[in-house]
Design a binder for this molecule. Structure first.
Ligand code: IMP
Length: 202
């Protein structure tokens, strides 16, 4: 019997952390290419008004450039006490080219004086898929709260501040497997894989 060939999808990122998380979920079911495989792909302005729009902007651009099925994700941290900020501005909360550490410090500063019970927040991830026949998106989110100081060594971005009540750990205190099981991106990825299967891409 002829073996079904593995589908190739381009993930619109250079981010090693993200590539690692996608690969951990997808295993060998999909051959994942990344922007590292397309060095002449120009920078895309992520100027959408929402994380969903930004995911589509990136997926459409990489599909147009490569002709291959493309997938892009965009994530935002929504802090209730800050009216949903930083949201779509999560990567540049402390300014253009801000480091993870800058953003963490900026968030702590913005939330100074806010009591623990009013520090609820969620991570939300949108994943958009675009090929020459279809375009669709899925979403995943996880509820937590923002601590008053960093805790843990692992993860990236706002992980050391994001406390997940059910496991009594920050995302930085989890290993990748644990985080992927419950995280915004993990859930969005599950929904993504489910939809790929439904649409017979897997
Ligand atoms: P992106 O859209 O996935 O690049 O995410 C935007 C910003 O959100 C990143 O620069 C990080 O600061 C933050 N972020 C995204 N995913 C995570 C995560 O899993 N943990 C912590 N921070 C994240």
């Amino acid at each position: 019997m002829k073996k079904k060939s593995t589908a190739t999808i381009v993930l619109a990122t250079h981010n090693r952390d993200k590539i690692r998380e996608f690969n951990a979920k997808l295993g060998n079911r999909i051959q994942l290419k990344t922007l590292d495989d397309f060095p002449d792909f120009p920078e895309v302005a992520e100027n959408g008004g929402s994380i969903r729009e930004n995911a589509y902007i990136k997926a459409r651009a990489i599909h147009a450039h490569t002709g291959l099925p493309a997938v892009a994700d965009d994530t935002g941290l929504e802090v209730d006490a800050l009216d949903g900020a930083p949201g779509v501005y999560s990567s540049r909360f402390a300014g253009e080219n801000a480091s993870y550490r800058d953003n963490v410090q900026h968030l702590l500063k913005q939330m100074k004086g806010i009591p623990q019970e009013q520090r609820s927040a969620r991570f939300r991830t949108s994943i958009a898929y675009v090929d020459n026949q279809e375009a669709w998106d899925v979403e995943g989110f996880v509820e937590g709260c923002i601590l008053k100081e960093v805790r843990g060594e692992g993860g990236f971005g706002y992980d050391p501040l994001f406390f997940f009540e059910p496991l009594q750990k920050t995302f930085s205190e989890m290993d990748l497997k644990e985080k992927n099981r419950i995280s915004h991106r993990g859930k969005a990825l599950d929904a993504f894989i489910h939809t790929l299967k439904n649409k017979k891409h897997l």
